[in-house]
Design a protein around this ligand. Structure first.
Ligand SMILES: Cc1cc2nc3c(=O)[nH]c(=O)nc-3n(C[C@H](O)[C@H](O)[C@H](O)COP(=O)(O)OP(=O)(O)OC[C@H]3O[C@@H](n4cnc5c(N)ncnc54)[C@H](O)[C@@H]3O)c2cc1C
Length: 355
C-alpha cells in the first residue's frame, strides 16, 4: 500500500523502521547489556542502611531536602552500574524498578537472571541484594549489546526519526525521554518554517547535527566512564561535574529554547563536542589526585549538594546574557569544587607522608 504524507516520522522504538530501511544504524564501540526487573513487597527501611541518603528531616536552611527514598539511586561497580527507581504499583503500594547495566568488554560477569543478579550483588552491593531478597520479583527483562544510534535524525526529503527509533542510550543520565522531547520542539519549528515556505535543506541538516551532537557526546562520556566506574573518588567527581553542567548550561539552554529557536542555535552548538574524544570528562589532575589517594575514604570527598543546583535555571530570558552568566557561574562553582578537592587530597597525602 502507498500513502502520501507531508512528513514521515518514525516513532517505532526498537523496531527502527526507517533506520533499518535507509541503512542508518550504527553500533558504537563499548556496547551495553542490561537486565532489569520490577518488585514489590520489599522492606523499604533497608535503604536507611545507606549513609548516602542525607539528613532527614532537612536541617535549617535546607529547604530542598526531600525524602531521598524517592530519588533514583545509583550504585556503581567495575564495568557496571545499578539503578533503583521507586514507583507506585497499580494497588497504590510501593514498587521498585531495579536495573543492571554493564559494558560487556569491561564487566567480567554475565547478569541475565535474578540468580545471577543476586550472586553478583551479594559480592558488590549487599544492601541491594538484601533489598531484593526482602521482596517479590514481578517480571524480568534483558537486552544484549543494545546500544545504537542512527547517523541522522532529520532529512530534507521530510523524514524524521524520533526517540528509541533513533538511539538506544545508556540510561545512566536518563537521556532517553529527554532527547525525544527536544526532538518534538525541533520538529515543530521545522514544520512552522516549512508552512511559511522558508525551511532550507541546510536548516534540516543543522537540526539533525544539533541533536546528534549531545546524544553522541553524552554516550561517549558514559562509555569512557565504565573502566573506572568502581572508583568512588573519580565517580563522585564525574557525577558532580555532569550535574553542574546540567544545571548551569544544559537546562537553562533547553528552558530557553536554544535547541530549536533559530536565533539561539549557536549556543546549543557549544554542546556538540565533536573534536573531543573524552567529552564532559574531568581534568587529568583530578584523575591523578584519585590515584595518589589510593583507597578513598569519606573524608576525601567534598560535598557541594546545594551549590550545584542552579535556582535560576528555569527562568525564561529575553536576553541571552543571562545564559552566559549562568554558564560562567557554573564554571566558577566547578573551579571552586576542583580547588577544594585538590587541596584536600594534598592535605591528606601530606599527612600520610608526615606519618
Ligand atoms: C532498561 C531501560 C531503562 C530506561 N531508563 C530510562 C530512564 O531512566 N529515563 C529515561 O528518560 N529513559 C529511559 N529509558 C529510555 C526510554 O524508555 C525510551 O527513551 C522511551 O521509551 C522511548 O520512547 P519511544 O516512544 O521512542 O519508543 P517506545 O516507548 O519503544 O514506543 C514505540 C512504540 O511503537 C510501537 N510500534 C513499533 N512498530 C510499530 C508499527 N509498525 N505500528 C504501530 N506501532 C508500532 C511499539 O509497540 C511501541 O509501543 C530506558 C530504556 C530502557 C530499555
Amino acid at each position: 500500500m502507498s500513502l502520501e504524507a507531508d512528513w514521515v516520522i518514525d516513532v517505532t522504538g526498537r523496531r527502527q523502521l526507517l533506520g533499518r530501511k535507509l541503512d542508518l544504524i550504527q553500533k558504537p564501540e563499548g556496547q551495553r547489556d542490561c537486565f532489569w526487573f520490577r518488585m514489590r513487597g520489599f522492606d523499604r527501611g533497608m535503604l536507611k542502611n545507606l549513609n548516602a541518603l542525607g539528613p532527614m528531616p532537612p536541617g535549617p536552611g535546607e529547604p530542598y531536602h526531600y525524602d531521598r527514598y524517592f530519588s533514583t539511586h545509583h550504585f556503581m561497580g567495575k564495568g557496571f552500574w545499578i539503578w533503583l527507581i521507586p514507583m507506585k504499583g497499580e494497588d497504590g503500594g510501593d514498587m521498585m524498578s531495579v536495573g543492571f547495566t554493564s559494558r560487556p568488554d569491561v564487566f567480567s560477569g554475565n547478569v541475565r537472571r535474578i540468580s545471577d543478579f543476586l550472586a553478583h550483588t551479594d559480592q558488590s552491593h549487599r544492601v541491594v541484594s538484601d533489598l531484593v531478597r526482602s521482596g517479590e520479583v514481578l517480571d524480568t527483562n534483558t537486552m544484549k549489546r543494545y546500544h545504537y544510534v542512527v547517523s541522522r535524525v532529520y532529512h530534507p526529503d521530510r523524514w524524521a526519526i524520533v526517540g528509541d527509533a533513533a538511539y538506544a542510550p545508556d540510561p545512566l543520565f536518563s537521556n532517553g525521554l529527554a532527547f525525544g522531547t527536544l526532538q518534538w520542539e525541533q520538529l515543530g519549528e521545522m514544520f512552522r518554517q516549512q508552512l511559511e515556505g522558508r525551511l532550507s535543506p541546510e536548516m534540516v541538516h543543522t537540526y539533525s547535527d544539533l541533536l546528534m551532537g549531545p546524544v553522541i557526546a553524552t554516550q561517549t562520556a558514559i562509555t569512557n566512564w565504565y573502566p573506572t566506574m568502581h572508583d568512588p573518588f573519580v565517580s563522585a567527581i564525574r557525577l558532580n561535574w555532569i550535574e553542574i553542567a546540567y544545571f548551569y548550561v544544559f537546562l537553562p539552554m533547553v528552558v530557553n529554547g536554544c535547541h530549536y529557536k533559530p536565533d539561539r542555535l549557536k549556543l546549543f552548538k557549544l554542546l556538540q563536542n565533536t573534536s573531543d574524544s573524552r567529552p564532559f570528562d574531568i581534568t587529568p589532575d583530578l584523575v591523578a589526585a584519585g590515584k595518589a589517594l589510593g583507597r578513598a575514604r569519606p573524608e576525601h570527598f567534598v560535598y557541594m549538594g546545594k551549590e550545584k543546583v542552579n535556582l535560576r535555571a528555569m527562568e525564561m530570558l529575553d536576553d541571552l546574557r543571562g545564559l552566559y552568566e549562568q554558564g560562567a557561574e557554573g564554571g566558577r562553582i566547578r573551579a571552586e569544587y576542583t580547588r577544594q578537592i585538590l587541596s584536600r587530597v594534598a592535605q591528606v597525602t601530606r599527612t600520610v607522608l608526615d606519618q
